[in-house]
Design a protein around this ligand. Sequence first.
Ligand code: URA
Length: 250
Amino acid sequence: MPDAVDGTAPSGAVRLSTVPSGAAPPAAPQSTGTSLNPADELAAFGASVAGCTKCALAQGRTQVVFGIGDSNADLMFVGEAPGFHEDKQGYPFVGQAGKLLDKLLAGIGLTRDQVYIANVLKCRPPGNRDPHPEEIQACEGHLFRQIELIQPTVVATLGNFATKLLSGKPTGITRVHGAEQPTTLGGRRVLLYPLYHPAAALYTPAMLKVLEEDFRRLPELMGSSLEEPKAASSPLTIVTPEPAVQLGLF
Ligand code: URA
């Protein structure tokens, strides 16, 4: 696992238990025989991912940690992977890093119910080790589909793994944090906004300061105009996921 200087979640004790403030993991909506709206489609997709066996992490997990928050959020966060408590509780960012994320959100007048939070991996790597490339590759379609359904305007990546996957570039978080990158995700123009991982910032005051500063730009970025404004009824398009980047390029 890379060290905290790279902004990637350190392993182990940082993912401590707290009670999540959000709703329960998505339950499959009842079929009405008509086409689903994006929120129901996200819930149905979450229910289908709950049985995922695309990689070996399925064998060791308690449950899939799909994501939490507003299915129509303008702002989406993407972390690394569930830890021990996320795996047990079924929600992302329920530990100390999640508490910091909640605090940072409060600082810009938001709660986690107003954003969407997901991870690159939906299942916990044993011992909170780094995600393996084949696990990212197996899981990335789930994340791209979430982005496609939620249609955020800003996607804030937390740490190296999410940043490298969604930027499609190997440049590490230390170089790109706080610099928004217009890109196409889920068939739509979004602003990708790399941030240090809160778990890393918990241990490094200088990094925390930078994370706080970077975080404060989020409202401005959410307000900035993109080429294609969000339209509630716009048709969903098929995602062409960018390939998982090779890791270990810090
Ligand atoms: N909890 C998560 O859900 N993801 C992380 O990346 C770290 C902690």
